[in-house]
Design a protein around this ligand. Structure first.
Ligand SMILES: *Cc1c(COP(=O)(O)O)cnc(C)c1O
Length: 429
């Protein structure tokens, strides 16, 4: 078999035996455990570009890329150098640095709706804080969110959330008080009537969405659906909040709002903005952001927010993302999709893309919403993922996630992927 064939996973198995004794499920974030595809996790030794090497020496073409931050691939020399330079000057100060100003200016230049931003350490915190701000600004408490959308693990948004929760089919999570989600209303994604009815009945602080949802698999917005959200927010006095933690700086320099031309009031950012280190942010017009402390009264803080290493990695990442890079990533994604469709042949499979994102749904029908994603052949998908891993291709190990092709995925990586995909399809479907 080709490079990457899992000849042995003895070292991963041994680490996993130790891990489950000291880490819940053996991991620090659920999807890494690979339970959705019915196998044990692989422990990573190192990675470079588009390739990941596990502790047993097996090589994989990596389509997880840390779930989105690594748009330039693993261990990019310019990003590593930026981190090393920053680290040499001290790792954290708890006082402002020039890099934070430069990163905020860089984001504002790319995303015109973001005049100001506040950095956090995770997308979860950014979502939590954006909601606090929306509630403070509107004097309202209710939120509209979409089934299958994931906005991190904050209590109030763990209602019909996607990502790891979709995988585990938990309606929400034990430990989340009913009161925390009582103000969260759920509508199906792409359900225009549902949005009209909910916004007619309730006064929302925010309509919150992933403009290109990628945590129930990738399910792009239907024609004029985002425009409807903008229109209903304006008509009812709600803020429109785009969670661009995945789509931001990936679909285009200015994210989904640039690609679609629909402008939100607040934007939640993460993943790419930290260049592989922990960083995220929320931002919007000065009139809203100056409500945040200490400019305003809405309290929000963080010991490591705007961390110098993360800022340096984020700046290095963004500065390499010019128009040519976005054109290249979009073309690579389409080439990947075309090859996967060819490998699938006439099997009941939908390959869905946006620039830099892709999902292979095991479904005869196009997937429009969370119910459609849940109706996929999850067993077939799981078997296909296991067969890909055995052939040196590392897909996101869940039907409810997106593939993250990077600028490091070259022609040869794609050809290896197509060969593995064809063989895997032949084995399982
Ligand atoms: C990953 C993700 C988050 C949460 O970010 P963390 O850094 O994992 O807390 C929020 N929203 C979306 C859309 C995401 O994909």
């Amino acid at each position: 078999m080709a490079a990457g064939a899992s000849l042995t996973d003895a070292r991963s198995a041994e680490l996993y035996r130790r891990a489950v004794r000291v880490l819940p499920g053996g991991v620090n974030s659920p999807v890494r455990a690979m339970r959705a595809i019915g196998r044990d996790p692989l422990f990573v030794q190192r990675a470079h570009g588009a390739e990941l090497i596990d502790v047993d020496g097996n090589r994989y073409v990596d389509y997880v890329c840390s779930w989105g931050p690594l748009i330039h691939g693993h261990a990019h020399p310019e990003i590593l150098a930026a981190i090393a330079d920053a680290a040499a000057a001290g790792t954290t100060f708890g006082a402002p640095t020039a890099g934070e100003v430069e990163l905020a200016e860089e984001v504002a230049r790319r995303v015109p709706s973001v005049e100001m931003l506040r950095m956090t350490s995770s997308g979860t915190e950014a979502a939590m804080s954006a909601i606090r701000l929306a509630r403070a600004a509107t004097g309202r408490e209710k939120l509209l969110k979409f089934a299958g959308a994931y906005h991190g693990h904050v209590d109030g948004l763990l209602a019909q959330a996607g990502s790891g929760l979709a995988t585990q089919a938990l309606p929400s999570s034990p430990g989340v008080p009913a009161a925390a989600t009582a103000n969260t209303l759920i509508v199906d994604w792409n359900d225009a009537e549902g949005v009209r009815a909910a916004t007619a009945e309730h006064e929302f602080a925010a309509i919150l969405c992933e403009p290109y949802p990628a945590n129930m698999g990738l399910v792009p917005p239907a024609e004029s659906f985002l425009e409807l959200l903008r229109e209903r927010a304006d008509a009812t006095g709600a803020l429109l909040v785009f969670d661009e933690v995945i789509s931001g700086f990936r679909l285009a320099a200015g994210g989904a709002q640039e690609l679609t031309g629909v402008t939100p009031d607040l934007t939640i950012m993460g993943k790419v903005i930290g260049g592989g280190l922990p960083a995220a942010a929320y931002g919007g017009p000065r009139s809203l952001m100056e409500l945040v402390a200490p400019a305003g009264a809405v309290y929000q803080a963080g010991t490591l927010s705007g961390n110098p290493l993360a800022v340096a990695a984020g700046l290095a990442t963004l500065r390499m993302l010019d128009d040519a890079a976005y054109a290249h990533l979009a073309a690579r994604t389409e080439r990947l999709a075309a090859g996967l469709r060819e490998a699938a042949g006439d099997r009941p499979v939908q390959v869905v893309t946006a620039p830099g994102l892709l999902t292979v749904f095991f479904s005869a029908e196009p997937v429009r919403d969370y119910a459609g994603a849940q109706a996929c052949d999850l067993e077939g998908h799981a078997a296909w993922c296991r067969a890909l891993l055995a052939r040196g291709v590392y897909p996101p190990p869940s039907q409810f996630e997106a593939w993250f092709p990077s600028l490091a995925h070259d022609h040869e990586h794609l050809e290896r992927t197509f060969d593995a995909a064809a063989a895997a399809f032949a084995e399982v479907l």
